[in-house]
Design a protein around this ligand. Structure first.
Ligand code: NAD
Length: 261
């Protein structure tokens, strides 16, 4: 795998699911990892990674919470070289049944949360980054930002926003000479708590006969012929964070078995 020895990574929403897998893969590549999550169970996730990693409480929608989490990371792990903006929520709904509060909540966590993560990542990393090579930021968008799948209009809009946040902040980082790369990943469907909830909910709102039919439809749209795994997504994040991706900037990497092409 790619070598991240000596680097420090903060992964938001890493108490479970994709973020947990990303934290594990980054640690396996040699990075020290700060698990940052609203769920205190993130402390157990951090302990399972072993020595040299940590947990910090983070609500990505809160500016002061980000400042505190990044300060704690620099303080406890000795620096900050990588921020993975992975925390996110997905609420399935037909547009005709849209609840404004659920839209606001998704905008808050997925869009504002990612914007604040980029803000604080750039503030912490703009001057140095490990060995003067500059830090990097990886945002987690979704295949739903690249295709039109019914039942997730608001969520898909927030993930398209993550795509735009990535491009504009990569340009801004360059314009101001920060030396920090900003990229994003578009994961395909992975049966985490969120992925299973999605399959359940698109059936519950009447778009599919059952969660299994919904999953079958996704697989049917996927040339690789299967769902994604946590490891598929984690490996892509490790690649984008590593020096192997040193000239990849402002890019979006589909990791979806071809579903979004
Ligand atoms: P998940 O629901 O299993 O985990 C999400 C994590 O984010 C949880 O640990 C939760 O506590 C944390 N979180 C939620 N709100 C937060 C907040 N305000 N502050 C800090 N942490 C918060 O979901 P997942 O499947 O692991 O998804 C991770 C990311 O990948 C999300 O951004 C999601 O949109 C994206 N994604 C997932 C899939 C999929 O199929 N699972 C596909 C495409 C994109």
């Amino acid at each position: 795998s790619y070598d991240l020895a000596g680097r420090v990574a903060l992964v938001s929403g890493a108490a479970q699911g994709l973020g947990e897998g990303m934290a594990k893969a980054l640690a396996a590549a040699g990075a020290r990892v700060m698990i940052a999550d609203v769920q205190e169970a993130g402390a157990d996730t951090a302990r399972a990674l072993g020595e040299g990693h940590g947990y910090v409480h983070l609500d990505v929608t809160d500016d002061a919470s980000w400042a505190a989490a990044e300060a704690a990371t620099v303080d406890q792990l000795g620096g900050l070289d990588l921020v993975v903006n992975n925390a996110g929520i997905e609420i399935t709904s037909l547009i005709t049944e849209l609840d404004p509060e659920q839209v606001r909540r998704q905008l808050d966590v997925n869009v504002l949360g990612t914007a604040l993560g980029i803000k604080h990542g750039l503030l912490a990393m703009r001057s140095d980054g490990i060995a003067g090579q500059g830090g990097s930021i990886v945002n987690i968008s979704s295949v739903s930002a690249t295709i039109a799948f019914p039942g997730i209009a608001a969520y898909s809009a927030t993930k398209s926003a993550v795509d735009r946040l990535t491009r504009v902040t990569a340009a801004e980082s360059g314009a101001l000479g920060y030396g920090v790369r900003v990229n994003c990943v578009y994961p395909g469907l992975v049966p985490t708590a969120m992925g299973q909830g999605f399959a359940h909910d698109v059936a519950a709102i009447g778009l599919f006969d059952s969660p299994e039919t919904a999953v079958g439809a996704v697989v049917g749209l996927t040339p690789s012929g299967r769902l994604g795994t946590v490891e598929d997504m984690a490996d892509a994040v490790v690649f984008l964070a590593s020096d192997a991706a040193r000239f990849i900037n402002g890019a979006g990497l589909p990791v979806d078995g071809g579903m979004g092409m």
